[in-house]
Design a protein around this ligand. Structure first.
Ligand code: GDD
Ligand code: MG
Length: 352
């Protein structure tokens, strides 16, 4: 059986002030299409994974939001975390739940904040990877050809060895600094980690045992509870014992059985303002205006957005900036400093 785990419990702090803890970016409709990123992710997977096997793992404070946005799914498709522990514990929890349903399941894990432009191609690649892991004990990641020295992604170095369309991974480096990212890009040996992973449930549980035994011991102590009415009570009690760590740092950087499948299906991560800017329509001076009105004078390469379509923003003499207003916050920040936004958010939370 094929299963899909959609991770939808992040707070999207680098997209502040648009993304808030109370309504993180996965629940937002960025382009005014009428579907949020989470809804678009669900729609994409139901094309090739049986709907009852698509699970959404989220923080319990977002469960109601998930139900509201995806009214068609069953309550048993939403897995709730009582505390924020990043993506490794999220994936481990979903894996135990799936193991209790089918110990031979193949799983595709995906974030809820991506756009995929060529869905046919995506469905073909993801299906091939799911078929592959059914009889290979490998951790497969889908890799994207990099186009800029982005520091917000994981970088995958390819080795010589190939198994069909899958390439052995030599090193995996999560979020390198700018200098390293530039070297990786120039070498031509690296792909970006798309954040989508494919594996057999047995392979990933084994990897947790090896590389994150604290997660295993917290979540394996009550194996008999998974997929029963006692699951939620067990998780409430056990989950907080997991360390907070991402799958990238916790497993992918350490494992030696990682393969990458190079893919090209028009992937775009909506992780940061820069990624949204790349996708947005731009005027002749490369200014992007989203969901608002704007006039530009001697201004280039800005991204401007507010949550009021009637608002007019006038920008003079300012270039390469993010100008974003949402509710009670107005952010004006140089685009190249966008990785600092999560720290601005932390300061704002402390002071106001
Ligand atoms: N359920 C749950 N619980 N989901 C979470 C949690 C959590 O505690 N934390 C994050 N998520 C979800 C987010 O909502 C998002 O959909 C996904 O997990 C990935 O988390 P991000 O916080 O967006 O990760 P990232 O963008 O910094 O890095 C990852 O994605 C990059 C590509 O977009 C890494 O996998 C990188 O290696 C990768 O390049
Ligand atoms: Mg992300």
């Amino acid at each position: 059986d094929n299963y899909c785990v959609i991770m939808g419990g992040g707070i999207g702090s680098r997209f502040w002030p648009f993304s808030r803890e109370s309504h993180p970016k996965q629940f937002l409709d960025f382009f005014g299409t009428g579907r949020s990123l989470l809804q678009m992710t669900y729609d994409r997977f139901k094309r090739f994974v049986p709907e009852e096997n698509i699970l959404i793992v989220t923080n319990e404070s977002y469960a109601a939001k998930v139900k509201e946005q995806l009214p068609e799914i069953g309550a048993d498709q939403i897995l709730c975390e009582p505390t924020r522990r990043n993506t490794a514990p999220c994936i481990a929890y979903a894996s135990y739940h799936i193991f209790a349903r089918n110990p031979k399941a193949n799983i595709i894990v995906a974030p809820s904040d991506h756009l995929i432009l060529r869905e046919e191609e995506f469905v073909r690649a993801a299906s091939e990877a799911l078929e592959f892991v059914a009889d290979h004990e490998q951790l497969v990641t889908l890799g994207i050809r990099p186009s800029r020295p982005e520091t917000g992604y994981g970088y995958i170095q390819m080795a010589e060895e190939k198994v069909g369309n899958f390439i052995r991974v030599k090193t995996f480096t999560e979020k390198p600094n700018a200098e390293m990212a530039a070297v990786f890009l120039a070498s031509g040996e690296f792909l970006w980690n798309s954040g989508m992973f494919v594996w057999n449930v047995g392979s990933i549980l084994e990897a947790f045992r090896k590389y994150l035994p604290e997660v295993t011991s917290a979540l394996e102590s009550g194996m008999a509870n998974y997929n029963t009415p006692q699951e939620q009570a067990f998780i409430e009690q056990a989950f907080p014992y997991c360390p907070s760590i991402s799958i990238d740092f916790g497993v992918m950087e350490k494992a030696d059985n990682v393969l990458v499948m190079p893919v090209d299906f028009g992937w775009a991560d909506l992780g940061t303002w820069g990624s949204l800017y790349e996708l947005a329509d731009k005027d002749q001076d490369a200014n992007a205006t989203l969901k608002t009105r704007a006039l530009f004078y001697e201004a280039e390469r800005n991204i401007v957005t507010t949550d009021n379509p009637d608002k007019l923003v006038v920008v003079q003499g300012i270039s390469d900036c993010i100008i974003a207003e949402s509710e009670n916050v107005l952010l004006i920040c140089r685009s190249e400093e966008e990785q600092r936004i999560k720290h601005f958010l932390a300061d704002a939370a402390l002071k106001y």
